[in-house]
Design a protein around this ligand. Structure first.
Ligand SMILES: NC(=O)c1ccc[n+]([C@@H]2O[C@H](COP(=O)([O-])OP(=O)(O)OC[C@H]3O[C@@H](n4cnc5c(N)ncnc54)[C@H](OP(=O)(O)O)[C@@H]3O)[C@@H](O)[C@H]2O)c1
Length: 341
């Protein structure tokens, strides 16, 4: 068990923690067959997946190629054993030119800016997924999806399980169901083995639900508690679970909710952050008991609870914001209940 620090003081320390593979992942990589492609590697989550994969390969002692597929692969992602593949997933010819590998982590997506630009969101979330599914026939794919494919849930339900029927609200969420269905189309015909990773809010110090709350409090803005509850998972745990989920790929597809075990009160966490930040917290709205809430019992039963508990995440993010740590400047809009992004 790795000792978790009380605080994260630098981007280098943060990136190191975010890319730490679990012993179970390293062990799995000793037996995994074939090379691996990380598709959509330049977003918020992709770089952590790339660096964790590199470390897991190194620690496993079994060399394998890691392909970083992106429109513009950045130099920080490339290194020994890690090869860039420049590719716009909307361009079928470019996708057809990609090397075919047995293991794929698929992170391509579009969310923000969807309102007013719906066709682009549908294009990225469905056409690109179709191209990938078609090209990587015969492979195992862990396809990042979202808890937003479920309906907005009442707190009393305990959150959506994998058995909860999809009922997407708004065009972004609908297009995410389309993304899943593109992979399902091939998985149902036994042409592809798939895991849909329905993620609810990866968090790290520079973005995420906790960062959004801390930033608001630091700036003296009120916290709206209408969406009064949320789930979150340390991005390092999310990446670890995503890579370990390669062993669960199946046809038809497996569905896996990925988030932390805690459904937390925004109000309570805001007060904890306020203490760390030395700021008084003010609130607007009133909890309506609804939110995008997911139940991750299945993933946590398979992998164990995430390595970083909520209380430590709160501590890390609070100190990060207080010390003027960098922000990606990408708010999550976790409070949205009407599906408009
Ligand atoms: N982060 C979360 O908390 C969260 C929560 C729920 C679900 N998810 C899902 O997890 C996935 C990864 O999340 P994220 O936060 O890293 O998303 P993100 O920051 O929006 O990154 C999306 C990635 O998709 C790539 N992309 C978009 N269009 C592309 C195209 N035409 N060709 C090639 N690449 C393209 C982007 O590349 P560029 O850099 O070139 O734009 C970027 O690397 C997303 O699909 C999202 O649905 C994330």
């Amino acid at each position: 068990m790795v000792q978790l620090p009380d605080r994260i003081e630098s981007a280098a320390q943060l990136d190191d923690l975010l890319s730490q593979p679990s012993p179970a992942l390293v062990e799995q990589f000793r037996h995994l067959v074939g090379d691996i492609a990380i598709v959509g590697a330049t977003g918020k989550v992709g770089p952590s997946v790339v660096h964790m994969t590199r470390r897991a390969v190194q620690e496993s002692g079994v060399p394998r190629r890691i392909l970083v597929v992106a429109r513009k692969p950045t130099a920080d992602l490339i290194g020994p054993g890690v090869e860039p593949c420049t590719c716009d997933l909307l361009d079928s010819h470019a996708v057809a030119a990609l090397p075919r590998v047995p293991n794929v982590i698929y992170l391509v997506g579009r969310k923000f800016g969807s309102t007013g630009s719906e066709s682009m969101t549908w294009g990225v979330n469905s056409i690109a997924a179709y191209h990938a599914a078609h090209h990587f026939r015969g492979s195992r794919i862990v396809a990042f999806s979202t808890g937003c494919v479920y309906p907005v849930m009442d707190l009393a339900t305990g959150g959506a399980t994998e058995a909860t029927p999809v009922a997407p609200v708004g065009e972004y969420a609908m297009s995410c169901v389309a993304r899943e269905r593109m992979f399902d189309y091939f998985a149902d015909q036994k042409l592809l083995e798939v895991v849909h990773l329905r993620l609810n809010y990866a968090v790290e110090c520079r973005y995420g639900v906790l960062h959004d709350l801390a930033t608001r409090i630091w700036q003296g803005e009120p916290v709206d508690v209408t969406t009064g509850y949320a789930n979150a998972i340390w991005q390092g745990d999310c990446c670890d679970q995503a890579l370990r989920a390669l062993s669960l790929a199946s046809s038809p597809a497996t569905i896996l909710n990925v988030t932390g075990p805690e459904t937390f009160s925004i109000r309570q966490v805001a007060l904890q952050l306020g203490e760390i930040l030395g700021k008084e917290v003010t609130f607007t709205g009133q909890e309506n008991g609804l939110g995008y809430l997911s139940n991750a019992s299945r993933a946590n039963g398979l992998f164990g609870n995430p390595r970083v508990p909520l209380a430590r995440l709160v501590q890390w993010v609070g100190h990060w914001v207080r010390q003027g740590g960098t922000s990606l400047g990408k708010p999550t809009h976790f409070e949205t209940q009407d599906g408009k992004y």
